[in-house]
Structures are given as structure tokens and as C-alpha cells.
Design a protein around this ligand. Structure first.
Ligand code: GCV
Length: 725
């Protein structure tokens, strides 16, 4: 018995050790720089980089140098010679254009003209009969981005022999929004606590802050809003600003600017004023002084991100003023320093009976053209709230004179937390590719946000971060792909999600096509799987309330009608779905006529949006001839089956993975399967009370009752904000 106990003990310890080691591997994200074992490739790469010169002229260039040295030694070994001054022997040259020798300059003079201030050039040239690879840019940050791209190409075993690539970011502000609270809890965070250790800052600079900046720079992210949009005014007090400065100083050489969330009532809470009225002279002065104080210590401060008059947050409307008054008041304070206001359009009111999906558009459209030029309005990708699938937000394309910054949610509040493998770039791509028709066919959302449709001066994309202090950063190893993919799309919103998945898999796991191809296709279907097992055919917001963990379509008792799932699905004995056509809320009128007509017509609307826009009878005939009830049930089953397929795919990948790499995702997939079944059974049992129809053939019978599912409570679900719904 004792021997048995000890054996068990050692097995447990070794399991823990290997999973601990795996987590440490995961910590390296997509910057693992695995040794290149393919001999031909290694010989070829070695020749290309054998004698390397990397400028060290600035902290940013020193970062570039460190990265190249680390990456090349890990991928290729230690045979590479690095020189501190450029010599004609060099086969790899990394420097800003202005520093290059006259000869080298002349070889790239034409191409460099096309490089913008954060962009870069990768070019293979012949110099004195020698092949030289030049990584150059107008600014040092461009060089760093170029270095990361070059190293990524090496990690993904790309052909580097004849490079001629100019790559400029298509958006200016590429930012993460952390919903991190000062007590280190993270609203809608599923990867541990906040990275920011406010108590130890400013003196203690956790190595992790540097790795965070490095990872972001590697994908082109250049801004971070450190704090929750449900803001705490204390962040603007001198004590906290010192800590913010320490982070800003740490991130600067990686090209990252810090933004803060500004609580609108801060002049009252920390400024001893008795009002926060944006037109009041003392309030204006207070913000001007506060802004000056910030810029004195953080000269490249990005600006304020503001959630005002939304879900209980204070704002200008508390004083009878509007969003323009509030945003412009802050914009005026920031203007002399080149700072921006990012003003969120996520507004809806319990006092407004209008369909919630219409409220932001109704409220903001009349303001178009009235904001100062350093105000960007931040709009969520869809009109409700980061659901597994939403049509694009009608403000995109409709708001013609105001720069709109896209807000995506990388953290998986409504997509299975950090236990479900869901590849989000697929969702982001769907939104960016959507055609708004606001200036004729081809007026895609991507063109709205990159400024090409209306010629906006400033452009941007924000992603609500999925990062926490879990060793692997994001909770689920595959959630790292969502951070990665967000960054890549913020750099270039026209990239395909497939290409991004390919890059990420090769850099993170393996270049073996027998691994990459099946796992990539698993990633690409994972988004549709979650739609199917949670919210098929346009159903939405039927999550259990508050924590949003699991299904809660039955919830109907919350104070605000639009916090209740029954508000969104409107199931009754006649049918299911939200009528947003002219016979209902007429939300479709907010879209261009081409889209409105399509969405209004039940025969033309893409089926994935059916119940978002239509209330239809249970026996309504779908395109494939099934009746709606059967179609819904079969979609739920399809979602579950897709997760089973994901499990099979992953099982088949065992030969390409270490035991611990395999096991950590396998365990998570089992949770995902359990929860997919939970969604299917709970939703179908509930909707069945209205449809009164049997489950169609092919749908597994629930093993628990509806009462059981309704009885489930999760008081400690992660990421919850306990103050409301
Ligand atoms: C930060 C949703 C989330 C809230 C979030 C809000 C927002 O309602 O559930 O946690 O608050 O969106 O985006 O402001």
C-alpha cells in the first residue's frame, strides 16, 4: 500500500512538472524560435545571415539586436558573427535608412520611398557580388517591426532568398484595451489576474512587462489602455500616475503608447469639484491641468479612453450635455500634446424602449461631424455585445465624418471563456469583409476603419485583451492565436484568417504540414462550431446573466428588459426570433438600402442572421427543407459534433506533440465538449417548451431535465463584475 502511495505521489509530481514545463514553453508564445532541423533550410538561412550587422543606435534598435541574436542563435546555432559596425562583409544588415552607407542606400532608394513612418522594407540585394539582406525603415520602430517579420518568416520556413517586401501598417492606433481593475481583478478576464502589479510599481519592473511589450511589438500593436473602461478615478492621481509612468517607460522602446481610461466624474472624485459638467470652466481647467500633469511625466501619453453614460458610468448626460460636449472637452485638453480621445459608442438605456440594437446608432449619428479631429469613436463590431455572431454594426459606413475605431473582444466573454478553443480571427475577418454599401458595392468595414472610404486622418482597431498573469498569458494555449491574430489584423485588416492561423501554428507548434493542415482547419471551423452550439441561426444573448457562463435563455427577471435573454429570442408558441424588419423594430433601416432589403427579405437574408432579424414560426421552412425547429436542433447537434471532430483531430496530432502539449489542449477540449452538450441540451429543452415538437432524428437526447439546467448557479464564475446584472 505504501509503495502504491509513493508511486502515485511520484506520478502526480511528474505530471505537475511536465505541465509546469509546458506552461513555461507556452509562456514564450509565438516567439519560441525552435531550432531549424531541416538541413538544407538551415544551410540556406545560415548563409543569408552569417555576418550580421544590427545597429544599436537607440533603445528600440537595441531591442531589435537582442531579438535577432536570441532568435538566430536558437534557430541556427552560434556560428553567426555579429559586427558592431557595418562592414562590406555583412550578409544581413539591419538599420534605419538614414544610417545606411551610401552604397546600400542607393540599392533600396526606390523602395524606401514607399515605406511610411512605422513600416519597413525587407530586401535582398547584390552588393559587390555578395547577397545581402537588408531590413530597413524610416524610423527605428519600423526596423524593429521588420526584424520581427523577418524572424517570423524564418520561423515559418519561408523562402528568404529574393525578398522585396514593403509592409506598412494600414491602421494608426493598434491597441489593446485591458479591462483591468486596480485590485488586479480583470472584468471578463479568464487568464488569472491583471499583469499590472500596482502595489510593487513603480520601483519593481516585472520582467513580464518587457515580454508583454515584446510580444505586442512582434505583431505591431502600438498602444495599450491599461485600465478598465468601467473606470476608477484613482488611476489619475499622482500616486498611480507614477506607476503608469513606469509602465510607459518600459513599453516605449517597443513602440507602445499608454492610454488611460478616464472616469468622467473624476473632477468630483479626486478633484474636489462639485460638478463634472463638461461645459463648466472649472471642470475644463481641471482636465487641462490633469492632462498637463500627465504629459509632464509621460510625454508620449496616448490619451483617454472613455465609457460615458453607459451601463451606469457617469458622463455628460448627467449634466444635460451630450457626448460631443464631453468628448470635445477632453479633446481640447489633449490637443496641444497630440493626444487622442477614444470615446466609446457602447450606449443603451433602460429608459429607452427602442430595440437595444438601434440605440447607439440613433444616439451617435446626429453627432457626425461635430467631434474635434482628435476624437475617435470606438464602436463594437456588432450592435449588441460581442456575441458569437452579429451582423456588423450599422454605424460603420453610416458615420461619414467621424473616424471610427473598431472594438473587437479578444477575451472570450461570450465564446466559452478560456476553456473553449475558438479561433477569433475568423470572426474578425467576417466583420472586416462585410460590405456596408454606404458608398456603393465594396464599401467594406475594413475600408471604413482604415480610412480609405472617407479619408479619415486617424484610424485604429482596439481589442479587449485576453491577457492575464496565467503562466501561458491567455488561459488556453490556442487563445494566444487570438491575441496574435488581432495584432496582425490591426496591422493589416485585409489579411486572411487562414494565413494568420498558418503563421501562428508554425511559429508556435510545428512546421510539419501533417500537423499544420489539420490543426489549421480545426481552428478555422472552431468559430462556426461555437456559433452552432451556443447561438445558431441568428439567436443571440441567451447567456446566463451576470457572468455569461453557460446558457440562460429562460432568464426573465432582471431589472432592465435588455439584460434578459427572453428580450432577445422572443420565443413563444408561434415561433422564435427578434423581428427587426419594418414590421418590428425596423433596425434594418439603419443599414444601406442594399443591406436593408436583403435583411428584410426572409428569402434573401443569409441564414446565419435569420433569427437576429426575423421572428419565424417553428415550422418555417429553411433553405434545406427542414422546418425551423428541426434546423435549430440540428445546428446545436452539429456544434457538438464539430467539437467531437476537434477532439479527434487533436488526438491524431499526438505524434507531433510532446505529451504535455497534447494533454493540456486535450483536457480543455473535453471541457468544451461537456459545455457544448450543456448548451445544446439546456437550450433545446427550453425552446421545446414553446415549439412542442420532438427532437429530430440525429439529435442526442438530453440526459438531464430543464429544471436541472435552470438550477445551476455559478457565484464564483471568473471575470464577473459583481455590481450589476
Ligand atoms: C466593461 C458588456 C460586458 C461588460 C463590459 C461592457 C462594455 O456589457 O458584459 O463587462 O464592461 O460590455 O463593453 O463596456
Amino acid at each position: 500500500m505504501r509503495i502504491f502511495k509513493w508511486t502515485l505521489f511520484f506520478i502526480c509530481i511528474s505530471v505537475l512538472e511536465t505541465s509546469g514545463q509546458q506552461q513555461l514553453e507556452d509562456y514564450k508564445l509565438w516567439l519560441k524560435y525552435q531550432t531549424i532541423t531541416n538541413t538544407d533550410l538551415a544551410i540556406n538561412y545560415n548563409a543569408l545571415v552569417k555576418h550580421a550587422y544590427i545597429s544599436q543606435g537607440s533603445p528600440t534598435l537595441r531591442n531589435a539586436k537582442k531579438e535577432v541574436e536570441l532568435a538566430l542563435s536558437k534557430m541556427l546555432g552560434d556560428d553567426i558573427t555579429f559586427t558592431n559596425e557595418w562592414v562590406p562583409e555583412n550578409t544581413l544588415v539591419v538599420d534605419v535608412y538614414d544610417n545606411l552607407s551610401k552604397d546600400l542606400k542607393s540599392l533600396i532608394a526606390e523602395e524606401i520611398k514607399n515605406v511610411t513612418h512605422e513600416g519597413f522594407l525587407l530586401k535582398s540585394v547584390n552588393y559587390k557580388n555578395k547577397k545581402v539582406t537588408i531590413i530597413s525603415a524610416k524610423k527605428d520602430i519600423g526596423v524593429l517591426y521588420g526584424v520581427f517579420r523577418f524572424l517570423n518568416m524564418m520561423q515559418t520556413h519561408s523562402n528568404l532568398n529574393n525578398l522585396n517586401l514593403v509592409d506598412n501598417p494600414k491602421l494608426d492606433i493598434r491597441m489593446l484595451n485591458h479591462w483591468d481593475n486596480l485590485d488586479r481583478s480583470v472584468e471578463r478576464g479568464y487568464a488569472g489576474f491583471s499583469l499590472w502589479n500596482w502595489q510593487k510599481l513603480p520601483e519593481y519592473i516585472d520582467e513580464r512587462y518587457i515580454d508583454y511589450a515584446r510580444a505586442n511589438a512582434s505583431i505591431g500593436i502600438n498602444a495599450t489602455a491599461l485600465t478598465n473602461v468601467n473606470a476608477n478615478a484613482l488611476i489619475l492621481t499622482p500616486m498611480y500616475l507614477e506607476k503608469v509612468k513606469a509602465l510607459a517607460d518600459t513599453f516605449r522602446s517597443y513602440g507602445i503608447k499608454v492610454y488611460l481610461t478616464a472616469r468622467f466624474s473624476a473632477p468630483i472624485e479626486i478633484g474636489n469639484l462639485d460638478t463634472a459638467d463638461p461645459l463648466n470652466a472649472d471642470v475644463k481647467l481641471w482636465w487641462k491641468n490633469k492632462t498637463k500633469e500627465i504629459y509632464e511625466i509621460i510625454p508620449d501619453f496616448g490619451g483617454f479612453l472613455v465609457k460615458a453614460n453607459s451601463e451606469g458610468q457617469p458622463g455628460p448626460q448627467n449634466y444635460g450635455k451630450d457626448h460631443v460636449d464631453g468628448a470635445n472637452m477632453m479633446a481640447e485638453a489633449l490637443k496641444p500634446y497630440g493626444g487622442n480621445v477614444i470615446w466609446r459608442a457602447f450606449v443603451y438605456s433602460e429608459h429607452d424602449e427602442t430595440d437595444r440594437a438601434k440605440q447607439a446608432y440613433d444616439e451617435f449619428l446626429p453627432y457626425d461631424g461635430n467631434f474635434m479631429d482628435n476624437v475617435l469613436v470606438q464602436v463594437k463590431n456588432g450592435p449588441i455585445d460581442f456575441q458569437p455572431r452579429e451582423p456588423f454594426h450599422p454605424m460603420f459606413g453610416a458615420m461619414k465624418k467621424t473616424p471610427l475605431i473598431m472594438e473587437f473582444q479578444i477575451t472570450q466573454e461570450y465564446l466559452g471563456f478560456s476553456t473553449h478553443l475558438v479561433y477569433l480571427p475568423k470572426l474578425f475577418e467576417e466583420v472586416l469583409d462585410a460590405d456596408t454599401y454606404q458608398r456603393g458595392e465594396g464599401s467594406t468595414v475594413a475600408k471604413v476603419i482604415d480610412g480609405s472610404l472617407y479619408g479619415n486622418e486617424i484610424t485604429g482597431m482596439a481589442g479587449v485583451s485576453n491577457i492575464g498573469n496565467d503562466i501561458n498569458w491567455t488561459g488556453h494555449p490556442f487563445a494566444q492565436a487570438n491575441w496574435y491574430g488581432f495584432g496582425r489584423l490591426a496591422w493589416d485588416p485585409y489579411l486572411s484568417s487562414e494565413v494568420i492561423a498558418d503563421e501562428w501554428l508554425r511559429a508556435t507548434y510545428s512546421n510539419d504540414n501533417k500537423f499544420v493542415e489539420p490543426v489549421k482547419s480545426m481552428m478555422l471551423t472552431s468559430r462556426e462550431a461555437v456559433v452552432n452550439y451556443m447561438n445558431p441561426l441568428g439567436l443571440h444573448h441567451i447567456f446566463d446573466t451576470g457572468h455569461h457562463y453557460g446558457p440562460g435563455p429562460w432568464v426573465d427577471n432582471l431589472g432592465r428588459p435588455d439584460w434578459n435573454p427572453v428580450y432577445y429570442h422572443k420565443a413563444d408558441s408561434l415561433g422564435v426570433g427578434f423581428d427587426r424588419t419594418p414590421s418590428g423594430s425596423n433596425a434594418t433601416e439603419q443599414y444601406a438600402p442594399e443591406i436593408a432589403q436583403k435583411y428584410n427579405d426572409v428569402k434573401k437574408i443569409p441564414e446565419e442572421y435569420l433569427l437576429w432579424f426575423h421572428h419565424l414560426p417553428w415550422d418555417y421552412k429553411l433553405d434545406n427543407g427542414e422546418i425551423l425547429w428541426d434546423g435549430i436542433a440540428l445546428k446545436y447537434q452539429e456544434g457538438v459534433d464539430q467539437v467531437k471532430d476537434m477532439i479527434n483531430t487533436w488526438d491524431n496530432m499526438k505524434p507531433y506533440l510532446s505529451e504535455s502539449e497534447y494533454r493540456e489542449v486535450a483536457m480543455l477540449l473535453e471541457i468544451q465538449l461537456k459545455e457544448a452538450k450543456w448548451w445544446r441540451d439546456a437550450c433545446l429543452l427550453y425552446f421545446q417548451t414553446f415549439s412542442n415538437r420532438p427532437l429530430p432524428e440525429g439529435v442526442e437526447k438530453p440526459t438531464k431535465s430543464l429544471e436541472y439546467f435552470k438550477s445551476l448557479k455559478f457565484p464564483f464564475a471568473p471575470g464577473i463584475r459583481p455590481r450589476w446584472d
